[in-house]
Design a binder for this molecule. Structure first.
Ligand code: NAP
Length: 248
C-alpha cells in the first residue's frame, strides 16, 4: 500500500498523524500556497501535478495504491483532477470532507453561490466588512470600493492589495470565539463575507457574527463530481483497512 494524501487542511494534518502512526508508506502533498507549511510526520511534496493528466502520471510513476483527497471544500480544481486521475488509473479515491455549517435561527445569513454574487450582496452604503476569504478571491471586491475591508491571511500580502481601503491581519487559525469577538468589536465590523468551509477551526467568526447580530454573506459549497466521501479521519483509516478505527 502507498497512499497519496492531497492536503493543506487541518483534517489532512490529523490524517497524516494517523497514517504515520499506522506505519503506512504515504506522501503528503501541498499545493505550495503558504510560505511556511505545517510540518508533517510524513514525507511531503510541494506544488501542482500539472492537471489531471499530471496527477495520473504521478500516481503511476510513484506507485500510489490509494488517494485521499483531504483538500479544502473550496479547492475544486484539485478535487476534480483527483476524480479524473483516479478513474484513469483505476486507483481507489476517498474524499475526507468536513460538514458544512448549518444556519441556525439566530444567524443572519445571505447565502450566495459564488464570489461575484457575494460582491453583489454587499450594501451600497459604505460599511466595515470582514472579508474572511482567501487571498486569491479578494480582487472582485474592488467593484465595491466604498467599503472599509478587514482581511486576514496566513502570510503577509505578496504585493499591494487590490482594494483601496483594506487593513490586513496576518494570522493562522484556529481562532477562538473570544478572539473573533474582540476583532469584530475593535474594528467595528458590520458585515462578514465567508465561505461555508465548515469545520471547527474557522467557525468562531460565524459564532461571533451570531452573537453580535451581524449579517454574513455566506458563499455555499461548490458542486463536485460524485466520489466516495467520508467526514472523519477514523473513516479514512477504516477505508485503508484499519477496521478497529470504527470500532469494528
Ligand atoms: P484548487 O483551486 O483546487 O487548485 C488549484 C491547483 O493547485 C490545482 O489544479 C493543483 O495544480 C494545485 N493543487 C491544489 N491542491 C494541491 C495539493 N494538495 N497538492 C498538489 N497540488 C495542489 O485549490 P486552491 O483553492 O488554490 O487551494 C490550494 C490548496 O490550499 C489546497 O491544497 C487546499 O487544501 C488548501 N487550502 C485551500 C483553501 C481554500 O480556501 N481554497 C483553504 C485552506 C487550505 P495542478 O493542476 O498543477 O495539479
Amino acid at each position: 500500500m502507498r497512499v497519496l494524501i492531497l492536503g493543506g487542511t487541518s483534517e489532512a494534518n490529523l490524517l497524516a498523524a494517523s497514517v504515520a502512526a499506522a506505519g503506512h508508506d504515504a506522501i503528503y502533498s501541498y499545493a505550495g500556497r503558504t510560505q511556511v507549511p505545517v510540518n508533517q510526520p510524513l514525507p511531503t511534496r510541494v506544488g501542482g501535478f500539472g492537471g489531471a493528466d499530471g496527477l495520473a502520471d504521478a500516481i503511476r510513476q510513484e506507485g500510489f495504491t490509494h488517494v485521499v483527497d483531504a483538500t479544502h471544500p473550496f479547492a475544486t480544481e484539485i478535487s476534480r483532477h483527483a476524480v479524473v486521475a483516479c478513474a484513469t488509473t483505476a486507483t481507489p479515491l476517498v474524499a475526507l470532507e468536513r460538514k458544512p455549517w448549518i444556519k441556525t435561527l439566530d444567524d443572519i445569513w445571505i447565502e450566495v453561490a459564488d464570489i461575484a454574487s457575494a460582491v453583489a450582496a454587499l450594501p451600497e452604503k459604505p460599511a466595515r466588512i470582514f472579508l474572511a476569504i482567501g487571498r486569491q478571491h479578494i480582487a472582485p471586491f474592488a467593484m465595491r470600493p466604498q467599503h472599509a475591508y478587514t482581511l486576514r491571511f496566513i502570510d503577509a500580502a505578496g504585493g499591494p492589495l487590490p482594494l483601496p481601503d483594506a487593513d490586513l491581519i496576518v494570522s493562522r487559525g484556529p481562532f477562538t470565539l473570544a478572539g473573533e469577538l474582540d476583532l469584530m468589536r475593535a474594528r467595528r465590523i458590520e458585515w462578514i463575507v465567508a465561505r461555508n468551509s465548515g469545520g471547527v477551526g474557522a467557525r468562531a467568526k460565524i459564532d461571533a457574527a451570531r452573537e453580535l447580530g451581524l449579517p454574513v454573506v455566506m458563499i455555499t459549497r461548490p458542486e463536485l463530481p460524485e466520489r466516495l466521501r467520508v467526514e472523519s479521519v477514523a473513516e479514512v483509516m477504516h477505508w485503508l483497512g484499519h477496521r478497529a478505527c470504527l470500532g469494528a
